[in-house]
Design a protein around this ligand. Structure first.
Ligand code: TYM
Length: 393
């Protein structure tokens, strides 16, 4: 797909286009998607209502935008139950470290709100979108990726993961039917950039991603309760939940609240999105990569350091384009250490090589811990997460 200039595009940007933007201007997206910036007042309210410190990704503006998070916090303050909904389109055997952003955050939200989490594995979505992979393979990848998701630490008693291919039916399908009845082809064309030459499966897909945002889709879990969803996601998925919120109005369902993150960039440059289908294997760190591979890939990443040491000591690094430094904003939790690195690297005291080494050490530890957790997930554990009845909830 050729790169587009998202800045000059007037209409809403669809998920495929967002991945190929030359430069993602997050503030403009907030306007285009009708969202709101997460400010300090909202973070204070979050901490007060949940009794938990705001996640470092909230404090560092990585989760930067929302719809109705404040209203959802009012519900929680009134003692109402909420649930978390998110998902993954399984397109590779192993997930990458960018995918940790929504799932580690969903686990944090599960703890903060003591909430049920619902995770859709959209194996059918990926089958429609790709010619080279069979439906069975997509379904298999859903289970492989579910292991990566479970390894983030979700509570098995309060988490339901489902393969869309295997699950759609019952109350979930009722809502999909309502969505199909109330959404026109022209709406799909406008919002999702699809047309009549796309497979019909792709054209109808938004209905399948939207329906789980409503508790009435999961009668077995929520019974007849009207529970509001909070949906964490990368900003590329925001368009789905604009449609979901309009649908909620029509059906008098609780309007889902959303919370959006920026993209963890690919290693080749700050204005890209790490993507498992990238043609450049060196731009992605998979959760299955070993220490040697991680070191090699980080070593090749785009640096904001200067060309010579003399110049670097004099002028310091350009942090805004330095991929390794930007990754530290995601993965180095210690605020004091992070501040010191910011000062020392921007002034030239620290070199690009030192920054990269700090990142390698952090990521190797993160990936190794993840692998250890993943190795504990056997068929019994998987079955527990995929159990629709969830009698213990
Ligand atoms: P998918 O599989 O492309 O991505 C899964 C989730 O990961 C986020 N993400 C990223 N976040 C930060 N940095 C990155 N580099 C990065 N790459 C991916 C995505 O924004 C997404 O939140 N259609 C969806 C699957 C889905 C879903 C949902 C997502 C089904 N139901 C409900 C969110 C909410 C997809 O293909 O995501």
């Amino acid at each position: 797909m050729s790169q587009i200039d998202c800045d000059t595009k007037d209409e809403v940007i669809n998920p495929q286009e967002l991945t190929s933007c030359k430069v993602v201007d997050y503030m403009k997206l907030v306007d285009k998607f009708g969202c709101h910036i997460i400010d300090n007042t909202l973070l204070e309210k979050f901490e007060k209502v949940t009794g938990k410190k705001a996640h470092v990704w909230l404090k560092r503006n990585i989760y930067f935008s929302h719809q109705d998070l404040d209203t959802l916090l009012d519900l929680v303050a009134d003692g109402k139950e909420i649930f978390i909904y998110t998902g993954r389109g399984p397109s590779s055997n192993s997930m990458h470290i960018g995918h940790l952003v929504p799932f580690m955050f969903a686990k944090y939200l599960q703890d903060a709100f003591n909430a049920i989490v619902i995770i859709q594995m959209s194996d059918d979505e990926k089958y429609y979108a790709r010619d080279s992979v069979s439906l069975d393979e997509c379904n298999k990848l859903a289970y492989e990726n579910a292991k990566d998701i479970i390894a983030c630490g979700f509570n098995p008693l309060k988490t339901f993961i489902f393969s869309n291919l295997e699950t759609v039916g019952g109350s979930l399908f009722r809502n999909i039917v309502h969505l199909m009845k109330t959404t026109t082809g022209n709406q799909i064309k406008g919002a999702y950039g699809l047309n009549l030459s796309n497979p019909i499966g792709q054209i109808t897909w938004p209905m399948f991603q939207i329906a789980p945002a409503f508790s009435s889709s999961f009668e077995n879990i929520f019974h007849k309760k009207n529970v509001t969803a909070l949906i964490p996601m990368g900003i590329d998925q925001a368009v789905y939940f604009r449609t979901a919120r309009d649908f909620a109005d029509k059906m008098k369902y609780p309007k889902p609240a959303t919370i959006h993150s920026k993209f963890l960039p690919g290693l080749e440059g700050i204005n890209t999105k790490m993507s498992s289908t990238s043609t450049n294997a060196n731009s992605v760190i998979f959760l299955s990569d070993n220490a040697v591979t991680i070191k090699k890939k980080i070593g090749l990443s785009f640096s904001g350091g200067k060309n010579t040491l003399i110049e670097h000591r004099l002028l310091g690094a350009d942090l805004s384009v330095d991929v390794a430094y930007q990754y530290l904003t995601y993965f180095l939790e210690d605020d004091d250490k992070f501040q010191q690195i910011t000062t020392d690297y921007s002034s030239g005291i620290m070199t690009s090589g030192q920054i990269k080494q700090i990142l390698v050490d952090l990521l190797v530890e993160l990936v190794n811990t993840h692998k250890k957790n993943r190795d504990l997930i056997d068929a019994i554990v998987l079955r527990q997460f995929f159990d629709m009845t969830k009698n213990d909830l």
